[in-house]
Design a protein around this ligand. Structure first.
Ligand SMILES: C[S@@+](CC[C@H](N)C(=O)[O-])C[C@H]1O[C@@H](n2cnc3c(N)ncnc32)[C@H](O)[C@@H]1O
Length: 196
């Protein structure tokens, strides 16, 4: 995935939508023309800013449903594990429409998301409740195509640390299902091309 992101952002103005603490910030900053990080949470954004090494990078604390950027401003939007956290469908659609609005013609939106299958989905009951399936179908219904599927895994130092991390995020019922320090995880990359 790192290789994929490195290549796709070369010479582009990149918007990292819902950048969080800046997981991909350094890769995107290093290889792009300009990096813009947006997140609704100031605390997350402050951590991202500390990772930044380029003077021309900028950070905006804002809801993606109202982005303070002009139409047709960025060449590439990268958004990893963000829109799925917006549960209200109207609000999620507003966020996606904003990403499309600030994108230049021939610009690209890349959504990095969880794919079906794999232990990570199974442990979090996503195979049963169809949440990933419904969300990924919503993406496909909004003009995106599947660009790439990546089989990867979380590699914890030991099973106790794995359970502790899952416990903090998802609670003990889910954490106790972990049987190995390695948790298999499938990732899917969706791509949208702005044609008009
Ligand atoms: C699961 S985290 C992913 C963060 C980062 N993209 C990554 O891959 O590590 C989701 C992020 O989206 C942000 N977020 C959620 N809804 C948002 C919204 N409506 N507008 C802006 N940011 C939002 C959250 O604050 C959080 O930082």
């Amino acid at each position: 995935m790192v290789e994929y992101l490195k290549n796709i952002c070369v010479d582009k103005i990149v918007l990292d939508a819902g950048c969080g603490t800046g997981k991909f910030l350094n890769i995107l900053e290093e290889n792009s023309k300009k990096y813009i990080g947006i997140d609704i949470l100031d605390k997350q954004l402050e951590k991202a800013k500390k990772k930044s090494k380029k003077n021309n990078s900028s950070f905006i604390c804002s809801n993606l449903s109202e982005i303070n950027l002009k139409d047709n401003t960025v060449d590439l939007v990268i958004s990893s594990w963000v829109l799925g956290t917006v549960i209200d469908l109207n609000e999620r659609t507003r966020c996606l429409n904003e990403l499309k609005r600030v994108l230049k013609p021939n610009g690209i939106i890349i959504l990095i998301e969880n794919d079906l299958g794999g232990e990570f989905e199974e442990i979090r009951n996503r195979t049963k409740d169809n949440r990933t399936l419904d969300y990924n179908n919503w993406i496909l219904g909004n003009g995106f195509k599947v660009e790439k599927r990546i089989k990867t895994f979380f590699d914890f130092k030991n099973i106790d640390i794995a359970r502790k991390c899952f416990d903090i995020i998802y609670g003990n019922d889910i954490a106790s299902k972990i049987k190995n320090r390695i948790v298999k995880h499938n990732i899917i990359i969706f791509k949208y091309l702005k044609t008009e």
